[in-house]
Design a protein around this ligand. Structure first.
Ligand code: PEP
Ligand code: MN
Length: 347
């Protein structure tokens, strides 16, 4: 339920609305618009009765939302949210590129790739230290050691870092070293992890489950935001279909659908979304053209020997070429490459 306050509402009137919600066991979340404040009230559906609030001073309208999610909806906030990741803005007019290997394999590997993705123009360094692998016999990641290497490489090259947490335990470690935590496609339905991310002080990159609808993705985001963390970036990474020419089917129309329904930024991962190197750059250009807020791309300097996902990693030179092409595409959707976090020491 959304309570729209009059532009002249006093602080006392706003407090009164929040207090009334809390006395009913509901949660009140302020949403600041350009003209006025709205209060999103969430909680058990049975307790959400608009009549209780309609007559309170300063209230001009109570909208009983028909959507199953509230805080992440466009109805609650019409302007695009911009999420800051270690100083890099993602969302609204800003288009940011997150790039790096699937997994951190060694300090030397991540330092070399950090240097090359920074030179190519990427904004954020990615690299998994806790890997959700399909087979238990595949490389599972370097854990804390990998996070230290990722963090050091990012700091050296002026790149904030994003990495996946698989569960609440790894989330604690990730929070010590990363600028953004990734919730992977397989974890989109891990509700305790989503709630823990909602209480964490890092922005969250939430990937769409490979068998999930857009509504389920937005409900997963609602879990995070309802716990207090508003810094959520969504990611379309492909869904399972009958197609055999591709590993997953990258659903670019989900970007358009999400932007209509939600104010949260959405980026696209054409690496997992296709599973094949030759499709990554064309689909990345497509993502920019449909209006995505950024890209998540796997890059490796020696894909033939990568410990995971080498078949879908592009070379640093290919990333540089893509970044050089983006300024021709982004103005079509009113976007531009985001500013970098800081000038890298040795770039
Ligand atoms: C990844 O980004 O390395 C990853 C495992 O992605 P997903 O969760 O989308 O499969
Ligand atoms: Mn991967």
């Amino acid at each position: 339920m959304l309570i729209v306050m009059s532009a002249q509402a006093t602080a006392e009137e706003i407090r009164e609305v929040a207090a009334r919600a809390e006395s009913l066991g509901l949660q009140a979340h302020s949403i600041h618009g350009q003209q006025r404040l709205a209060i999103a009230v969430t909680g058990l559906r049975e307790a959400l009765n608009p009549m209780v609030f309609e007559t309170l001073a300063g209230v001009i309208e109570v909208i009983p939302l028909t959507l199953p999610y509230t805080l992440v909806s466009r109805e609650a906030k019409s302007e695009d949210s911009v999420v800051l990741i270690g100083g890099v803005p993602v969302g609204g007019p800003h288009f940011a590129v997150m790039a790096g290997p699937c997994a951190v394999e060694s300090p030397e590997q991540i330092h070399a790739i950090a240097a090359s993705v920074r030179r190519a123009g990427a904004h954020i360094l990615r690299g998994g230290a806790f890997k959700p692998r399909t087979s238990p016999y595949s490389f599972q990641g370097l854990g804390r050691e990998g996070l230290v290497a990722l963090h050091d490489a990012g700091r050296e090259w002026g790149l904030p870092v994003v990495t996946e947490a698989l569960d609440e335990r790894s989330l604690e470690v990730v929070c010590q070293y990363a600028d953004m935590v990734q919730v992977g496609a397989r974890s989109m339905h891990n509700y305790p992890l989503l709630k823990a991310c909602g209480r964490a002080h890092l922005p969250v990159l939430l990937k769409r489950g490979m068998g999930s609808t857009v509504e389920e993705l937005l409900l997963a985001a609602e879990y995070i935001v309802s716990e207090g963390n508003r810094s959520v970036v969504l990611c379309e990474r492909g869904i399972r279909t009958f197609a055999e020419h591709t590993r997953f089917t990258l659903d670019l129309s989900a970007v358009v659908a999400v932007q209509r329904l939600s104010h949260l930024p959405i980026i696209v991962d054409p690496s997992h979304g296709t599973g094949k190197r030759h499709k990554v750059v064309p689909m990345a250009r497509g993502a920019a053209a449909v209006g995505a807020n950024g890209l998540l791309i796997e890059v490796h300097d020696d894909p033939g020997h990568a410990l995971s996902d080498g078949q879908q990693a592009i070379l640093p030179e290919e990333l540089a070429e893509l970044l050089a092409q983006l300024p021709a595409i982004l103005p079509l959707t009113g976007k531009a490459l985001a500013p970098h976090a800081s000038i890298a020491a040795t770039a």
